[in-house]
Ligand binder design. Structure first.
Ligand code: FMN
Length: 200
């Protein structure tokens, strides 16, 4: 009998940018990274956080109304994915309130479901873009720390795209070929690591 060709299964990755601005550089970078992950064989779902609007987390609101409907939708979506691609702007050296608020709501328990169970065994890749020279580098450390606190594993490399206003080509690529190749390499490693962590 002929050997069955082993085709690694595509890991599922949920991607979003932590900016909802229409001309957002981080949304643009999320699209570039999504394409890189797709080319590397990942099954990636790119969502817009604008489609999941949630109020600022507040304990009394949670006690009275529970997790917002959009938060429940996002929780259900995240549960279907093994990987997380987060692309966040830097605000005053920090991550955006949108990223913090989104992850805060997602981390809350829903009924008898432990909130952090959702994040356990997930693997994340974190990127940022900024018109500034450093590309939001300082926020990357904080995004990584926040995800680690939730129990998410992190890919060792992150990418900060500086001078973002002139970084993107007309197609969904980075103009700097070296930077584009770096992102492609990171995406490929992300996909293979997810396959290793989630053998079928
Ligand atoms: C409140 C605020 C603080 C900011 N702080 C930083 C900063 O610390 N570092 C930086 O590189 N850019 C900073 N910026 C500029 C953002 O990088 C820039 O607005 C960027 O375009 C936001 O991301 P977006 O294009 O994805 O919406 C700041 C912008 C705002 C609104």
């Amino acid at each position: 009998m002929a050997d069955t060709l082993h085709v690694p299964h595509p890991p599922r990755i949920l991607a979003f940018a932590a900016s909802t601005r229409s001309a957002s550089f981080n949304r643009r970078l999320a699209r570039v990274a999504t394409e890189c992950v797709r080319q590397a064989g990942g099954d990636i779902t790119l969502i817009e956080l604008k489609d999941y609007p949630m109020p600022l987390y507040e304990g009394d609101l949670e006690a009275a109304e529970g997790i917002p409907e959009q938060g429940k939708r996002l929780k259900a979506l995240l549960a279907e994915h093994q990987g997380l691609l987060v692309v966040s702007p830097e605000y005053n050296g920090f991550i955006t309130p949108l990223l913090k608020n989104t992850l805060d709501w997602l981390s809350r328990p829903d009924g008898d479901q432990d909130g952090l169970a959702l994040f356990r065994d997930k693997l994340a890749l974190v990127l940022s873009a900024s018109p500034g020279a450093l590309g939001g580098l300082r926020s990357l450390t904080l995004a990584r720390q926040l995800l680690t606190n939730l129990g998410v594993m992190l890919m060792p490399d992150s990418l900060a795209v500086g001078r973002a206003h002139e970084a993107f080509g007309d197609d969904d690529t980075l103009k700097d070929a070296r930077q584009q190749a770096k992102l492609q390499g990171m995406a490929a490693k992300f996909v293979t690591t997810l396959q290793t962590l989630n053998p079928r």
